[in-house]
Design a protein around this ligand. Structure first.
Ligand SMILES: Cc1ncc(C[n+]2csc(CCOP(=O)(O)OP(=O)(O)O)c2C)c(N)n1
Ligand code: SF4
Length: 337
């Protein structure tokens, strides 16, 4: 925003559209936090674009008073990539669900992550297809009874964070719809990161998968089950009077230790730049382990749109203005008789 313009506030990012999510849907809380963080970023509103696919979560662009595309199922990441390449000065956001981003759109998502365009991806994980009324998704749990798995889900789910790390994403974080401050700080970190930032947001769908994240979001259980990560700090969790830690066992597997009987040096320190530790954290599974929340990986790698722009500039200086006819008629040509 230029110095002369008035500072924007949350309401400036609220569109005139009626929000059409079910009462109690976690999407409301996420929308509210995004609208709250936007004015703090000092990005001109006309330079912000939200791109989504199809799903309840993908209705997001309608509700943001910015530019946006409600695009094609699974293709938000591909469309956002094209947009960022053509208009690198824009702040491009992808909003997707576990169905949109990991089923039909799984292929596009992994290639965005490895290419590292400077795009922010928010994946709302409610472990179900909400819009189409409750079929199981690639993050639904084995045995889960859904509309399309009346006898229980038979396939093994993706761990979203492991998938993003495996695709070589340079920034991977996890947060929860109800953790307003934490969600805001993850959004801010994502924007600060240069390269693709991927945030998994655990999101409750009260209609088709209510309470899927009760252990991490419930008032009585969250403290026991959230491992809140901070760079350089030990992996500690649980209430003050019953602190627990995460350590590396002799067989190199993770172990929960009681801090009453364990020296703090034995507990692992979080390091956002340590790739092996990121994978280790992403494999901590409930109910044996707490759920890691926060920035799991943040590292630098060349940014795709910058590499492509530099290539184009070099080609122009070395080869001069392109001539389409010369290109079309040059090289190997042949006549079909
Ligand atoms: C090509 C195509 N295939 C299937 C669908 C049906 N469909 C619409 S949304 C959706 C899944 C949405 O699930 P998710 O991304 O988890 O979003 P949620 O609704 O839970 O936010 C499906 C399968 C479609 N719209 N287009
Ligand atoms: S179906 Fe679930 S995800 Fe979709 S709007 Fe309703 S509560 Fe939200």
């Amino acid at each position: 925003m230029s110095g002369e313009q008035a500072k924007l506030n949350r309401k400036d990012f609220v569109s005139d559209q009626d929000v059409r999510w079910c009462p109690g849907c976690g999407d409301y809380a996420i929308l509210a936090q995004v609208q709250r963080v936007m004015p703090e970023l000092n990005i001109p509103r006309e330079n912000i674009v939200f791109v989504s696919g199809i799903g309840c979560s993908s209705r997001f662009p309608y509700y943001m008073n910015t530019y946006g595309f409600h695009s094609i199922h699974g293709r938000a990441t591909a469309i956002a990539s094209g947009l960022k390449l053509a208009r690198p000065e824009l702040s491009v956001w992808v909003v997707t669900g576990d169905g949109d981003g990991l089923s039909i759109g799984g292929n596009h998502l992994i290639h965005l992550l490895r290419r590292n365009l400077d795009i922010n991806v928010l994946l709302f994980n409610n472990e179900i297809y909400g819009l189409t009324k409750g079929q199981y998704s690639p993050t639904s749990r084995m045995g889960q009874i859904t509309k399309s798995s009346p006898l229980g889900v038979a396939d093994h789910p993706f761990d979203t964070v492991s998938l993003a790390l495996g695709a070589d994403a340079t920034f991977v974080a996890r947060t929860v719809d109800t953790e307003t401050q934490h969600l805001q700080s993850m959004l801010t970190r994502a924007v600060e990161h240069k390269g693709t930032s991927f945030i998994e947001i655990l999101q409750n769908c009260p209609i088709f998968n209510d309470g899927a994240f009760e252990e991490v979001s419930g008032k009585g259980s969250r403290i026991q089950n959230q491992l809140v990560l901070e760079h350089g700090q030990p992996l500690l969790f649980g209430p003050e009077d019953a602190r627990m830690g995460v350590a590396l066992g002799k067989d190199m597997s993770p172990q929960v230790v009681n801090m009453e009987s364990t020296p703090e040096e034995q507990v692992l320190l979080h390091d956002e730049t340590n790739e092996a530790l990121g994978f280790f954290l992403s494999r901590l599974e409930r109910p044996e382990f707490p759920v890691p929340l926060g920035v799991i990986r943040a590292m630098d790698r060349p940014i795709y749109e910058k590499e492509v722009a530099a290539q184009a500039k070099r080609a122009l200086s070395e080869m001069g203005q392109p001539d389409f006819n010369k290109l079309f008629c040059g090289g190997d040509t042949w006549t079909v008789e």
